[in-house]
Design a protein around this ligand. Structure first.
Ligand SMILES: Nc1ncnc2c1ncn2[C@@H]1O[C@H](COP(=O)(O)OP(=O)(O)OP(=O)(O)O)[C@@H](O)[C@H]1O
Ligand SMILES: [Mg+2]
Length: 217
């Protein structure tokens, strides 16, 4: 479903990605490891069309991202990609429900009643039914990440990109979050890319790649 071919990216003469090629299939859940500064976050943003590579192609469901302008890329992301970050990036003073709903808000093609239904279902799926009206800043880190995961799925993306989703959580909460990813993965048709520093977390995915010297092994 997503194919990167011969991606090169440099910053001020530093070659961060070097003829990198990669493919993730529909419904696959993979992890990417690599030392700090190896280019993992850069790679993720290229997969999402947030940054353009210097050269190489990104093919998402047979469509070339390179030919799209900023507006088309934004629409592409809205329809196809969900994001989860290490530091959650939620709105602290808004409720669990509202944080998930606002991700669906820009979708003009989905009726409000459907959005409401999806948000409610996702809150249930991530185990926060009793906290739907709770403000984010009253939640634990693990609960916040559950909200972020629900938010990432509200537009039924084909691909979820997670940049160190367990990086701010203790080991047992990290395991809970990985169990949640796995159970969601078995019940919905979405591919997951999970960046992690943690060997154990990586073993919980279908396949692990190492980002070394600008390419994936
Ligand atoms: N916008 C930018 N401008 C200049 N250099 C950048 C930019 N973005 C990333 N870099 C550099 O590219 C390299 C890779 O950065 P990146 O954030 O992708 O690494 P990472 O593998 O995600 O690291 P970490 O594990 O610490 O998150 C680093 O040397 C970084 O300084
Ligand atoms: Mg990073």
């Amino acid at each position: 479903m997503l194919r990167l071919e011969n991606i090169n990216k440099q910053f001020k003469g530093q070659q961060v990605l070097n003829s990198l090629s990669f493919e993730i299939k529909k419904n696959e859940m993979i992890s990417i490891m690599g030392r700090s500064g190896s280019g993992k976050s850069t790679l993720l943003s290229i997969m999402a069309g947030l940054q353009a590579p210097d050269s190489g192609s990104i093919v998402f469901d047979e469509k070339q991202l390179g030919v799209l302008n900023e507006e088309s890329l934004a629409s592409f992301r809205l329809h196809n990609i969900g994001f989860v970050f290490q530091d959650f990036l939620l709105m602290p003073s808004l409720s669990v429900y509202d944080n998930i709903y606002i991700a669906a808000h820009p979708r003009k093609d989905i009726a409000k009643t459907i959005k409401h239904q999806r948000v409610t279902d996702l809150i249930e799926k991530v185990g926060l039914a009793s906290k739907a009206k709770q403000r984010i800043d009253k939640l634990s880190g693990g609960e916040r990440q559950r909200v972020a995961i629900a938010r990432s799925l509200v537009n039924k993306p084909k691909l979820v990109l997670a940049d160190e989703p367990t990086g701010n959580l203790d080991a047992s909460t990290a395991d809970d979050i990985m169990s949640l990813f796995r159970s969601l993965h078995s019940s919905i048709e979405t591919s997951f890319v999970i960046i992690t520093h943690d060997e154990h977390i990586a073993t919980l995915t279908d396949k692990t790649y190492q980002l070394t010297n600008g390419s994936l092994q």
